[in-house]
Write a protein that binds this ligand. Sequence first.
Ligand code: NAD
Ligand code: UGA
Length: 467
Amino acid sequence: TDEFKYHICCMGAGYVGGPTMAVIAQRCPHIRVCVVDISQTQIDAWNTDDLPIYEPGLLEVVKESRGRNLFFSTDIDSEIKRADMVFISVNTPTKTTGIGAGKAANIKNCELCARKIAEVADTPKVVVEKSTVPVRTAEAVRRVLATNDRGVKFQVLSNPEFLAEGTAMPDLQEPSRVLIGGMQTDAGLAAIQELVDVYSNWVPKDRILATNTWSSELSKLVANAFLAQRVSSINSISALCEATDADCSEVSRALGYDPRIGNKFLNASVGFGGSCFQKDVLNLVYICESTGLPEVAEYWNQVIVMNDHQKARFTQLMVKRMFNTITGKKIAVLGFAFKKDTGDTRETPAVFVCKALLEEQARVQVYDPQVKRSQMFIEFDYTCGVNKDNTPKLEESIVTCEDAYSAADGAHALAILTEWDEFKTLDYQRIYNNMAKPAFVFDGRGVVDIEVLRKIGFEVYCIGKSR
Ligand code: NAD
Ligand code: UGA
């Protein structure tokens, strides 16, 4: 018992659970919010000022509410018991074995959460799917919850999250929209209203969209598929620009002026990364295949095919430009995170580029302002099975550096793989002076000023630009 009239529990203290609940607690001081997780280390970190994830502005928001109405705990059972509303915000990664391996999303963690809720709940609860799940998962969650043997009533809502890493705080504080799906029954509509009442503490009513459960679940997959498709579309055009003297950033600009197309998300790159684009597109592909829609599946699968091509194309080009051999050459990799302003490396294109460079027996010198060395090796192992056991010289072949200057020291080339702001203002003359000649720059993110670098003496290649 405590002074709060309403209690929220969130299962899963990751990139979504932590920031989302921190903002709910900040905007709803009258609600007690507790984030629980099976990982003690994760929870311990949330209770310090060295949070388990890097996200600009997050620490300030956490500190505002932590200990007041925001708590982090591993006492999962009692937090579920006291909650009026339970969010499920656990990871739903692509299956690696069994039926649908390599495509289908594994919803095991969601089911385990539902089983846990069914096991311990003795009062009615609204259960909210925050995780990204295959369409119709709420049905499985509902049936598992119904196994509760005390006759407790549950309502299941779908409330997918649209935040992007690096901008999670503004995305949560001023969301483009909040999507809530539920059963179109009296009890379902009442549950939707209960969640609307939480969000309407800070989100304008016209941005809160209520739909049926399945539209909500599916919309999340489709939103990510459309975004990933846009990146693959512009990346496909980047290759054509390079072959024709068109400039991809000028093409993007020209497209963006058409309000029907819009000017966002048109930056050609070394490929998209992140924990969700590939996972969610593949999940959509799998759902289409299993619903007997092979043409639709094939259409969306091309988004992934193009992204794989873009990552491979980048390294092939590096090798080709550097006289078809990079054996023994030092290559400075600037940026390892999958985008700027995050330390997240999941599915980062940098892993694929570095792996290809290592296969050519280059020596890779990496600098990223937020990614730890240990994290890089975890990612190599996870994404492409590269580890100390099967690649004995791995630890020696990859050097991690404290800044861009030491990474570039003695290098034959710079490969810019993340668009960190600080890479725009480096002293490139100083870098040039300490590099082997000819000094190459391969810009996979459109970060550098090509003309300035060419004047210094660099040989510059930028994605989507000729020469
Ligand atoms: P994450 O891996 O960062 O965090 C998931 C957490 O859940 C982990 O800390 C894990 O220990 C915990 N967990 C797993 N099983 C549990 C259980 N049975 N009980 C309690 N805790 C458990 O994952 P994430 O990036 O936060 O993603 C979560 C979901 O949100 C995924 O479905 C993802 O697709 C979706 N999503 C992610 C983002 C993003 O930017 N990362 C954005 C929108 C949606
Ligand atoms: C993305 C979506 O933007 C979020 O709305 C969604 O909630 C989230 O996935 C999710 O479901 O996990 P996120 O992956 O964090 O967010 O970051 P994005 O900004 O979308 O970038 C994804 C990748 O695309 C990055 O590697 C980025 O560098 C790349 N990208 C993005 C480009 O190459 N070009 C662009 O123009 C935009």
